[in-house]
Design a binder for this molecule. Structure first.
Ligand SMILES: [Zn+2]
Length: 277
């Protein structure tokens, strides 16, 4: 059995401030340390529960956060960016997916570092009319490759998002309780390590018992809408001919297959993010 880990940073143990997640800030070293800490715990748990191999996709920012020196054998690291499928690059061919260090979608009240893909660019994203964050979009990509989401780690707000969108089956590791966007009551690393590891073991057991259904992603045809913070970002995005402008800040693209739609999110948000003013 092969486990795929998509590893973000905002939901990791002890991370509460945006500076801890930003390359170039003195606090960034802490964010990197905690992403490695939580990924190691999840990978160890998966391997001890019988997984043969773990592939970790570094999925935050420049995607060079995880220090490979901290990973043990039978764990590979997909490091760097850009990658065609971004946070889900390389998931195909595994047996189940873990989302480590994830966070709630943009606009969620009392949620640590809530955002969707790019905090400065994206106000909201809908897929076939349903508002989705990184959790839902990436779970849909996983599902399109036949992969169930077995474990998610983050704060209590993300746990509510998991239950609302993916149901009761995924195992959840709640390492902090949000007190606001930039504040949380956090487990210590000494406690969260064993906790995440135990949850990873439980997730692998549930995968083996086929107790985790696939996220329902419909018939494969999609209407994806991205609403930006500013009209300038929309002006930049609509240089892509396939996009239809639905208003001052919103674009739509229609397509088939979640791999294609996830690549659209990367292209649209990347281009919109170049706009100033
Ligand atoms: Zn992130």
């Amino acid at each position: 059995m092969k486990i795929y880990i998509s590893a973000d940073m905002e939901g990791c143990t002890g991370v509460t401030d945006v500076h801890q997640t930003m390359n170039g800030r003195p606090e960034y070293a802490f964010g990197c340390k905690m992403e490695l800490h939580d990924v190691r715990a999840a990978a160890e748990g998966a391997l001890e529960a019988g997984a043969d191999e773990v592939l970790v996709n570094d999925a935050h920012g420049r995607k060079i956060n995880v220090d490979i020196n901290g990973l043990g054998s039978r764990v590979r690291l997909l490091s760097g960016t850009p990658k065609p499928l971004g946070m889900m690059e390389g998931c195909s061919g595994s047996d189940g997916v873990f989302f480590i260090g994830y966070h709630a979608m943009a606009g969620t009240p009392v949620a640590v570092l809530d955002h969707t893909i790019s905090g400065g660019t994206v106000y909201s994203i809908t897929l076939n009319g349903v508002e989705m964050g990184e959790l839902g979009l990436n779970a849909a990509v996983a599902s399109s490759f036949g992969l169930p989401v077995a474990l998610v780690e983050g704060d209590d707000a993300l746990e509510r998002e998991v239950r609302a969108q993916l149901g009761a089956a995924p195992v959840y590791a709640r390492v902090k309780v949000a007190k606001g966007r930039l504040a949380a009551d956090c487990l210590s690393p000494a406690d969260s390590y064993g906790y995440i590891k135990a949850k990873a073991k439980e997730a692998v057991e549930r995968l083996k018992a086929r107790q985790i259904p696939l996220f329902d992603i419909g018939d494969g045809s999609y209407d994806l809408r991205v609403t930006f913070h500013t009209t300038t970002q929309c002006d930049a995005a609509i240089q892509i001919p396939a996009l239809e402008r639905l208003g001052g800040r919103t674009v739509r693209v229609r397509g088939r297959g979640m791999a294609e739609m996830r690549r659209w999110t990367g292209a649209i948000i990347g281009l919109a993010g170049t706009a100033n003013g």
